[in-house]
Write a protein that binds this ligand. Structure first.
Ligand code: ADP
Length: 405
């Protein structure tokens, strides 16, 4: 049947609703997205069949009048427990702020089944909230195929690029080859481009590793001030070579500054390799984008239930237009100051990806020509929790060692 004939048939069917309200109801009844409408307190007033089915509920009587949070339970996308402070759905419902396409894992009923979903919350008239959520299993599978393709291609291309780079190095080395001055210029450009390509493939491999599940965060309890200091301090030589001052700790060292800032201990539950990648990328960028004579400051402090890390520089800064894009894949601010600095535009994407996998948030504050501060906020644990988790780690290690004997 042609589209036109089908439309005609639908119009003339005797049971087809015609008024706007019934048509809207028909749409809500038929769509595959789950729709729940609650009042300001979160009590469910409406639920459509798709939502019932995704939540594995038999009838609307098991939903209407219930608190949405009892039925719509979620975990982090990576299958990690989601404390209330990190649960953006709870926050949007509590504050009445909109939420758009938040990806999470839906805990289906009381079963072990998990469904990847994207959730939105739309504040509606009379303080009602409309929650919509859709199953994103297929989208994730397609994304996964794409990621796998990129990662395989990068892996395969890295080897020939390394070989090109190696031969160009040989050609440029006076001990292994003789070339005229004009050829040297061309080969130096080719060498720089081959090196750039090598970095690009390595960065692509690194960003796809988390997306395709080849790596998962390995959470361990750590003291963050010491960890961040150790990673950032490894760039002291590079910073000094670039003619930059480097300082770890509170920037204000005047006697009036509160003393506890200097030796505060801040505990976190993080993946140490992710932390290394995050801090290294941010400090490397601070060095890259700060002209000689500038300074870099790194600090960690506790801020309620969050740990707040900052990497600050006095460099070229980022314009208001660019700042909202810098965490996107391949985005590089294009101006005369950045054009001469090599990069792939993947570093900050990787930082964001790793920070979010640990339940954190990253953002930048800057103005063009005014230096930049990158903030990383991570969930913080108390010293009692740290001790408890350390004991669990030690016990697990003892069991492992015992098992090896
Ligand atoms: P790149 O490899 O280009 O450095 P990133 O993803 O690390 O890629 O950074 C993206 C862009 O953000 C950079 O190209 C640069 O324009 C801007 N940027 C990042 N860090 C800084 C900084 N500390 N100061 C100024 N601009 C920065």
């Amino acid at each position: 049947m042609t589209l036109f004939k089908r439309a005609k048939a639908a119009q003339s069917a005797p049971s087809a609703p015609t008024n706007q309200a019934s048509l809207a109801e028909l749409a809500l009844f038929t769509i595959h997205d789950g729709v729940i409408i609650t009042d300001a307190a979160g009590t469910i007033r409406y639920i459509n069949p798709a939502a019932l089915s995704m939540l594995d509920l038999k009838s609307i009587n098991n939903a209407i009048g219930f608190d949405y949070a009892i039925l719509l339970k979620i975990e982090a996308k990576e299958g990690r427990e989601l404390p209330d402070a990190e649960n953006l759905l709870y926050q949007a419902m509590r504050t009445g702020q909109p939420l758009d396409g938040y990806q999470a894992s839906l805990i289906v009923g009381n079963s072990a089944k998990r469904l990847p979903i994207a959730i939105s919350v739309i504040p509606a008239a009379a303080n009602n909230r409309i929650i919509t959520f859709r199953n994103i299993t297929r989208e994730l599978a397609e994304e996964g195929e794409q990621t796998e393709f990129i990662s395989t291609a990068s892996h395969e291309m890295r080897t020939p690029v390394a070989s090109i780079e190696g031969y160009l190095s040989l050609a440029l080395n006076p001990q292994t080859a003789t070339i005229d001055e004009r050829a040297r210029g061309y080969l130096e450009s080719a060498h720089a481009a081959a090196k750039h390509l090598g970095h690009l493939f390595q960065d692509l491999l690194d960003v796809t590793k988390l997306d395709d599940g080849r790596i998962r965060p390995q959470f361990v309890p750590v003291e963050l001030v010491g960890l961040v200091k150790q990673i950032a301090d490894s760039f002291i030589v590079a910073a000094n070579q670039a003619g930059l001052k480097y300082q770890f700790g509170a920037r204000d060292n005047s006697p009036a500054a509160p003393a506890h800032h200097l030796d505060q201990v801040v505990y976190g539950f993080v993946d140490v390799n992710f932390m290394r990648e995050i801090i290294s990328n941010l400090v490397e960028n601070a060095i890259k984008y700060t002209p000689e004579g500038g300074a870099i400051y790194v600090n960690v402090r506790g801020d309620g239930d969050r740990a707040l890390i900052n990497v600050t520089d006095t460099g070229i800064g980022i314009s208001a237009d660019d700042i909202s894009h810098i965490f996107q894949k391949f985005y590089r601010a294009d101006n005369s100051d950045t054009r001469t600095v090599g990069g792939t535009g993947l570093g900050l994407y990787l930082v964001k990806q790793r920070v979010e996998a640990m339940g954190g948030r990253v953002w930048a504050e800057s103005g063009f020509g005014e230096g930049s501060t990158f903030f990383v906020s991570l969930p913080r644990i108390t010293s009692a929790e740290y001790e408890k988790r350390m004991i669990a780690v030690r016990n697990a290690n003892m069991v492992k060692q015992g098992g090896l004997q």
